[in-house]
Design a protein around this ligand. Structure first.
Ligand code: SF4
Length: 194
């Protein structure tokens, strides 16, 4: 760990009363390996409030990639291959460009947690993970020429990343229009968070 930023998530006192998550402290460390160029930090937000009871509701809203009931833990994919893990008292983001991007994601997620908790009376809590696309299924739509024009060395690598939400039909310039449309239709069946 080399940087700690206190109270990045602090909200005005007037709002704190209605919110489950009101403040957190953020730490960063160097990411050992990153698929996305220029993104080299891991982010860990230590939450000042316990959000475990909100996680089944957040899972219902965001469509978690994995969900563990006890102890409660939710992971989901954010844009550009980022993996976000939320448990009772922390939020971890595997890869961010800089503290500003981390702050934007954490602010968004803080709001998602608070809104899910506030609206829990209208949300059916979900204790299982959402269905997720399979790399083998995605590969069926790709040219399988391993041309590298997408920036990855193989179509299989593309399929694996697309299955995590890090790539989509627009990122393969070699896709014929029909296959592009079919891949878009397939991916649209799943819940990716932007
Ligand atoms: S651009 Fe398309 S065809 Fe070429 S390697 Fe990437 S996924 Fe495969």
């Amino acid at each position: 760990m080399f940087l700690a930023t206190p109270d990045l998530g602090l909200l005005p006192a007037a709002m704190e009363k209605e919110m489950l998550l009101t403040s957190f402290t953020v730490e960063f460390s160097h990411a050992d390996c990153c698929r996305n160029k220029g993104q080299a930090l891991r982010c860990l937000a230590r939450l000042d409030q316990n959000v475990s009871e909100a996680l089944p509701y957040l899972n219902a809203v965001l469509g978690g990639y994995t969900y563990i009931k006890e102890p409660p833990l939710l992971t989901f994919h954010y844009s550009q291959g980022k993996l976000i893990t939320v448990d009772a008292d922390s939020i971890a983001i595997n890869c961010v460009k800089n503290p500003i991007e981390a702050q934007e994601i954490l602010t968004w997620l803080q709001q998602e947690i608070n809104v899910a908790w506030e609206n829990r009376g209208e949300i059916t809590p979900k204790y299982t993970a959402a269905p997720w696309p399979k790399p083998a299924d995605i590969l069926r739509f790709l040219p399988k020429t391993d041309c590298g024009r997408c920036g990855l060395s193989t179509c299989t690598a593309f399929a694996c990343l697309a299955a995590e939400g890090g790539m989509s039909e627009v990122d393969c310039p070699a896709l014929p229009p029909n296959a592009r449309k079919e891949l878009a239709t397939y991916l649209s069946r799943f819940h990716f968070d932007e």
